[in-house]
Design a protein around this ligand. Structure first.
Ligand code: N01
Length: 543
């Protein structure tokens, strides 16, 4: 298959979503080619190899559910898996289902044009290949285009420069080095304790403190593993119907944080802090909708920071104050605050005085000069839309996706966008995606898309495309739901706020994974309500 230039489906990306799609599409008789810019499978877990990289969704839940033998046989050695473990799992899946033979590695898709006469996409790669396909699926992940800040002087630095999202494959040894880390998001918060333990000295440059809670990662116990595997089917069903696509270790309390006493709150927050993981955010039902409720948890976490970090000025700098708890992605850490008690670690505030320039030997900020052997940029990604609009995708009337989304992404269900027939986005903007357990959402999208293609084939339908009204309604709905919460109050990458010039609007759908799935199922059951389906003759007649 990997040299065929006419296929039913082209998929871009061989991470979790591209691999499952390939498996499903092949099983359902669709000839499929996958293009992957990396040299092997893995997506996010192929690129993000920085020290300390680890998933902060539990592995028993951050794994495929589609194959009972696979989920029973695979053993995760830790509660939250490290990047090498997850990559090994993805590689195993590729082997087990013989997926690599239909994947072209080291090939970036650069352009795709929809031919309105043939009702087919022509997809081009940077290696000069051109492939024709009826369906074109972007399974490119939500955080796959690294954001390298435009700071003058980067090219003149004589030491090593790294970005966490594009880490070398060989081990980077920081022993004896002076290292600077720019950024304090999830990637930095995982990398900083590990780099600090190895380097001679570490300086962290922080623009905004992020909220982080302990992960409490532990080795997998037989009992815990069996607890999942003995009732996997039921637990996976509960995950699919849940708010976030995963099950919490400690159950949410379905009352307002303001309707209980301070003592009760204290106990609830303490229990969840001790259990670790994201569960703190769901302690009460209004922590993400009421400023006052949120502040009860936020001030409690600030007190934990003050109690952990010995230097009061550093503790003060590390305590977020400008946005509610959890409205930027909540981070999970292992000994993050404790790391600032080490003699070889300094924190530098760059909120008021940004980095002026990278020099030959380090960097300058606020009139101070720093010397480094290595600088690590943990500065995040042009998330959700960045990878999609960087490909020159042209739909009807040669409209580009970049132009159509100039004021922000517009989709129906986060799956398709009007004027781009037969183009699907897996975990695209407007779907639960990054606000959910990605594996739950990836499986739902891959299954929905495969079922849709099967339906079209059975009914001799050439194209599917959202109706304008359905797309407008859904795009408004995504914003309405976000505006009922505190999320828009943070300058987060969910809002596009980390990329200069990017439109500000909340991109993922936070109406809940279960409710979203029901909506998709209802749309399909109603004959793909809100989509325009055209037979070959009608599509041609509509020209
Ligand atoms: O990126 P981020 P990330 N000058 O955007 C700072 C997922 N993930 O790679 O907050 C100086 O969160 C920026 O500052 P500010 C997860 O979904 C998952 O850490 O914009 N600083 C911020 O501190 C996560 O949310 C896992 O003011 C600059 C940092 O860089 C997402 O990936 C692990 C700057 C970027 O933080 C992204 O996380 C890791 C500049 N010009 C990541 N530009 C797991 O599941 C940016 N910053 C475990």
């Amino acid at each position: 298959m990997s040299d065929q230039n006419e296929v039913d489906v082209v998929v871009v990306g061989a991470g979790f979503s591209g691999l499952y799609l390939l498996h499903l599409l092949r099983k359902n008789g669709f000839s499929t080619r996958v293009f992957e810019r990396g040299d092997d499978v893995g997506g996010t877990w192929y690129w993000n190899r920085y020290p300390g990289a680890r998933c902060d969704v539990e592995s028993m839940q951050y794994s495929y559910s589609f194959d009972e033998d696979l989920q029973q046989e695979w053993h995760w050695p830790e509660k939250y898996s490290s990047q090498p473990e997850i990559l090994a799992y993805i590689q195993h899946v590729a082997e087990r289902f013989d997926l690599r033979k239909d994947i072209t590695f080291g090939a970036s898709v650069t352009a795709a044009r929809f031919d309105e006469t043939a009702n087919r996409w022509t997809i081009e790669t940077d290696s000069g290949e051109s492939v024709s396909a009826q369906f074109f699926i972007m399974a490119t992940g939500c955080i796959s285009t690294a954001n390298m800040p435009d700071i003058p002087g980067v090219d003149g630095f004589t030491g090593n420069i790294y970005h966490t999202g594009n880490w070398p494959h060989e081990k980077v040894d920081f022993t004896g080095q002076k290292v600077g880390v720019v950024g304090t998001g999830s990637s930095a918060i995982q990398a900083i304790p590990v780099i600090a333990a190895e380097a001679d000295h570490l300086t962290v440059f922080q623009r905004t403190p992020h909220w982080t809670v302990p992960a409490r990662n532990v080795p997998m116990t037989d009992e815990y593993e069996a607890g999942w595997k003995d009732s996997y089917a039921e637990k996976r069903a509960n995950m699919r119907g849940s708010m976030s696509g995963s099950l919490r270790a400690v159950a949410p309390i379905d009352v307002s944080a303001l309707d209980v006493t301070e003592g009760e709150r204290e106990e609830a927050y303490r229990e969840r802090w001790a259990a670790g993981g994201m569960t703190l955010l769901r302690s009460y039902n209004d922590l993400l909708t009421s400023d006052a409720a949120n502040e009860t948890a936020a001030s409690w976490v600030r007190r934990r920071i003050a109690a952990t970090v010995e230097d009061p000025d550093t503790a003060e700098l590390l305590a977020p104050k400008t946005y509610p708890l959890g409205t930027k992605r909540l981070c999970l850490d292992t000994d993050y605050y404790e790391t600032y008690n080490r003699d070889n670690v300094d924190l530098v505030d760059i909120a008021s005085a940004p980095i002026d320039r990278i020099t030959a030997t380090g960097l300058e900020t606020g009139g101070r000069d720093f010397t480094f052997d290595s600088i690590v940029f943990a500065t995040g990604f042009d998330a959700m839309t960045g990878t999609l609009v960087r490909v020159d995708i042209q739909g009807r009337g040669a409209l580009t996706l970049k132009d159509k989304w100039h004021a922000g992404p517009r989709t129906y269900l986060g799956l398709m966008t009007e004027a781009f027939p037969n183009l699907f986005t897996i975990t695209g903007p407007g779907s639960p995606s990054v606000k959910s357990n990605m594996l739950t959402s990836i499986e739902q999208h891959a299954e929905f898309v495969t079922d849709t293609l099967t339906h079209l084939r059975e009914h001799n339908i050439a194209t599917i495309e959202p109706e304008q009204q359905a797309e407008d309604g859904w795009t408004d709905h995504v914003q309405e739901v976000a505006n009922m919460t505190l999320f828009p109050k943070a300058n987060s990458w969910y809002m596009g706020a980390n990329i200069p010039g990017k439109p500000r609007l909340f991109m993922p759908y936070i109406g809940g994974v279960g409710a979203y799935r029901e909506k998709c199922d209802a749309v399909a059951a109603a004959g793909y309500e809100g989509f325009r389906l055209e037979c070959e003759e009608n599509a041609a007649a509509a020209e």
